[in-house]
Design a protein around this ligand. Sequence first.
Ligand code: ATP
Length: 138
Amino acid sequence: MPEQLQLEVVTPERRVLAESVDMVTVPGYGGELGILPGHTPLISRLQTGVLAYVKEGHTQQLHVSGGFVEVNDDRVSVLAEIAERPEEIDAARARLARERMEKSLSNWTGLEEDFEKARVKLERSMVRLQLAGATPRS
Ligand code: ATP
């Protein structure tokens, strides 16, 4: 039996995923982190982006935003502020959020310290739209 990784993704509200997988990529602060069995221990902050994992030859994706990933002893623990499977994403809501944030950022009237938060909100809406578009439809 080939070696596997135990991937767990949790948010403050729920456990989103717990599976044995072959490989994981996460959006780390310094860029994409590719993790295979035998990876050295690490802890990294997460950016807003796509977490992808390969299981039985299929690649699955999740939207994650904020939080941390810890790799230790073939366990990949993702403690994310936000995590969603593609089928959980409401594309219409994400489209409205993107429009709202694009408008607001292009003519920013809020506090300077809130600009970064607004930019991350826009990023989340864009990642949601990317993943919602990738959901297979019947
Ligand atoms: P909105 O303005 O549409 O509420 P937001 O940027 O304020 O978006 P977040 O802070 O990113 O929302 O997320 C708050 C909660 O709402 C999280 O639990 C997140 O999973 C959920 N959520 C936000 N947008 C969506 C969406 N388009 N589809 C599904 N869940 C969403």
